[in-house]
Design a protein around this ligand. Structure first.
Ligand SMILES: *[C@@H]1O[C@H](CO)[C@@H](O)[C@H](O)[C@H]1NC(C)=O
Ligand SMILES: *[C@@H]1O[C@H](CO)[C@@H](O)[C@H](O)[C@H]1NC(C)=O
Ligand SMILES: *[C@@H]1O[C@H](CO)[C@@H](O)[C@H](O)[C@H]1NC(C)=O
Ligand SMILES: *[C@@H]1O[C@H](CO)[C@@H](O)[C@H](O)[C@H]1NC(C)=O
Ligand SMILES: *[C@@H]1O[C@H](CO)[C@@H](O)[C@H](O)[C@H]1NC(C)=O
Ligand SMILES: *[C@@H]1O[C@H](CO)[C@@H](O)[C@H](O)[C@H]1NC(C)=O
Length: 206
């Protein structure tokens, strides 16, 4: 009895922590998270007028803050009908400079289309891009990306069009990109796959 181990964390603290975590999880995939992720990405890029609309207006006391921080009207951003999630990022052919390395892909669980073709983007295609598991359309063509294609792209089970042509991408195509009959991952929906003018080795060479 006297040696009874005391609970290391007092119960009220545990309850508060759990509540906090629940709230955190709920907001995790909200438009606010998406707004913050877009602003963080913008901050990582060289200053460019193309993203001038990407600002959170100071909310007047009368207007709701959620409205003020809504990115749905920003250039290149499309939301779902309820304006609760970003479903498309389309900055194709805008002369965008920088990298996508600071874009927090975990914030966009509902993204369907990512179109960044014909820009001046360089650096790597980060493995975290595989977190866009609902993505259907993915176009990074005509940029200067110079990494390999991360194996996490096998998560693109819904993608029907993938274009990374005209980049400096190297390496091979991971076997998991190509699903077998009962695999959970892989490019199961692919209709249009374009990789010309990259340095990706052909499948026969792997
Ligand atoms: C990207 O950088 C180049 C060279 O610094 C510059 O000429 C161009 O205007 C920049 N693009 C944008 C959209 O600001
Ligand atoms: C916020 O308030 C300022 C000054 O009261 C006004 O000029 C501005 O139009 C308001 N903005 C919005 C979005 O209501
Ligand atoms: C969204 O709105 C458009 C146009 O009003 C409509 O055609 C479409 O069916 C709506 N989508 C959903 C998922 O409600
Ligand atoms: C991307 O290109 C810019 C301009 O040429 C250069 O300054 C920067 O170091 C490059 N970044 C990467 C990650 O290659
Ligand atoms: C694939 O997507 C799921 C669901 O979003 C995620 O939990 C998982 O981490 C992703 N895998 C990779 C390799 O990105
Ligand atoms: C990509 O380019 C950057 C900047 O030129 C360089 O530092 C990096 O090593 C390159 N990465 C690969 C995988 O070639």
């Amino acid at each position: 009895m006297t040696n009874q181990v005391k609970h290391p964390i007092p119960l009220p603290v545990v309850v508060v922590l759990l509540l906090f975590l629940t709230i955190l999880c709920k907001t995790r995939a909200s438009i606010t998270t998406e707004t913050e992720a877009l602003l963080k990405w913008k901050a990582s890029l060289p200053k460019q007028s193309i993203l001038d609309t990407w600002v959170v207006l100071p909310s007047n006391s009368s207007s709701s803050s959620s409205k003020a921080s809504n990115p749905c009207q920003w250039k290149g951003i499309t939301c779902n009908n309820e304006s609760t999630h970003v479903i498309e990022i389309n900055l194709a052919h805008t002369g965008l400079n920088g990298t996508i390395e600071s874009l927090d892909f975990s914030s966009f669980p509902n993204l369907l289309r990512l179109d960044l073709k014909l820009n001046n983007l360089n650096g790597s295609i980060p493995p975290s891009i595989g977190l866009l598991s609902k993505l259907q359309f993915f176009d990074l063509s005509t940029n200067s990306f110079n990494s390999t294609l991360p194996s996490s792209l096998a998560n693109f089970t819904e993608v029907y069009e993938l274009d990374v042509s005209r980049n400096h991408i190297t390496g091979g195509l991971h076997p998991s990109f190509f699903p077998t009959e009962d695999s959970k991952f892989g490019w199961k929906s692919m209709q249009h796959l374009v990789m010309q003018d990259t340095m990706v080795r052909k499948m026969s060479e792997i």
